[in-house]
Design a protein around this ligand. Structure first.
Ligand code: MEV
Length: 323
């Protein structure tokens, strides 16, 4: 096991942890139904600071346990019977934008709680983070949480790279593997339209269960399988074509949005390929910039009304911070 995939060690409170966001390159939605997915951890971070308190609060909110389903689920899963804790969270990841703000929050809180309760192995942390996210959200796959725990590029249910761990639910088992990072710069751009992941996942599940659904799922599977191979071998032309094909499928299952289509169009002169990323129905797009046109791409997306970020894969997943 490499250092960056080491366990979360035991620490006494106060504990601080940091986790990256995520960007799905291929296979969102289909992964919920067992198809492959390719995701990378983005270098936009969430940081939490956990300390003993007189009451359990999040960012000074006394009512957070009732109001925040992710916080509540994290306490139930990994702070059972624990003393009151004060959690402060700060994040550069826009919320409900498809860029992993909830996965990063969940993984960093679970890592901090894990450290304060004797330490936790990374595979167990990936499983726990998924259970917390799923308890809060009701639906979904472990792609987001495993990526922010692992860092770098990971494939869920696909690829041939180093196996990292498996995540288990009563009805399904997901395999998580490492994928080689080709070292490219990516641009993600938030449309400003927030949406509910759970609603989008339920709508796509209904579409995939309707006539023609299984054939569509098979196409998602093929695109992601080819995409994982293409990214792993650094084949930009193939990746660009597959980004476009994946976007067509996402449009067909109803999770694109006129704003996302407008951003993809605005990106076209400076991007080799682009698609929505995450649950869609709003949220963000990911684009592979033409080499040397990164700044032009950012300008185009900003002019079209989005909030763009130039991102690189964050090689290290959730980690504790030194005091
Ligand atoms: C959300 O970031 C990705 C989805 O595939 C849902 C999931 O995998 O949990 C839409």
């Amino acid at each position: 096991m490499s250092d960056e995939l080491g366990d979360i060690p035991s620490r006494t409170l106060p504990v601080s942890a940091r986790a990256p966001g995520k960007c799905i390159v291929f296979g969102e939605h289909a992964v919920v139904h067992g198809a492959p997915e390719l995701v990378f951890a983005v270098d936009l971070m969430t940081q939490v600071f956990v300390t003993a308190g007189s009451a359990t609060r999040l960012n000074s909110d006394d009512d957070a346990v009732r109001r925040n389903a992710y916080f509540r689920a994290a306490l139930e899963a990994s702070w059972k019977g624990g003393r009151p804790v004060e959690v402060r969270a700060i994040s550069r990841i826009p919320k409900s934008a498809g860029l992993g703000s909830s996965a990063a929050f969940v993984a960093s809180v679970a890592a901090a709680f894990g450290a304060a309760t004797g330490g936790v192995g990374r595979p167990a942390l990936a499983q726990r983070s998924f259970e917390i996210e799923r308890a809060a959200q009701g639906v979904g796959s472990p792609g987001d949480t495993s990526t922010v725990v692992a860092g770098g590029f990971v494939a869920v249910n696909g690829g041939t790279g180093e196996p990292l761990w498996t995540v288990q639910t009563p009805d399904r088992r997901w395999e998580v593997r490492r994928v080689n990072d080709p070292g490219w710069v990516w641009v993600v751009a938030y449309s400003g339209i927030t949406r509910s992941t759970a609603d989008a996942v339920r709508a796509v599940s209904a579409r995939l269960a309707a006539p023609g659904g299984p054939a569509l799922l098979e196409e998602f599977r093929q695109v992601a399988t080819e995409g994982i191979t293409a990214v792993g071998r650094g084949d930009r032309a193939a990746v660009a074509t597959l980004l476009r094909r994946n976007q067509e499928l996402l449009r067909e299952v109803g999770v694109s949005h006129p704003r996302l289509e407008a951003l993809i169009e605005a990106a076209a002169p400076a991007a080799e390929g682009a698609k929505l990323t995450g649950a869609g129905a709003g949220g963000s797009i990911v684009a592979l910039p033409m080499p040397g046109k990164e700044a032009e791409l950012v300008r185009r997306l900003a002019r079209a009304g989005a909030l763009p970020f130039v991102v690189r894969p964050a090689p290290i997943g959730v980690t504790l911070l030194e005091r």
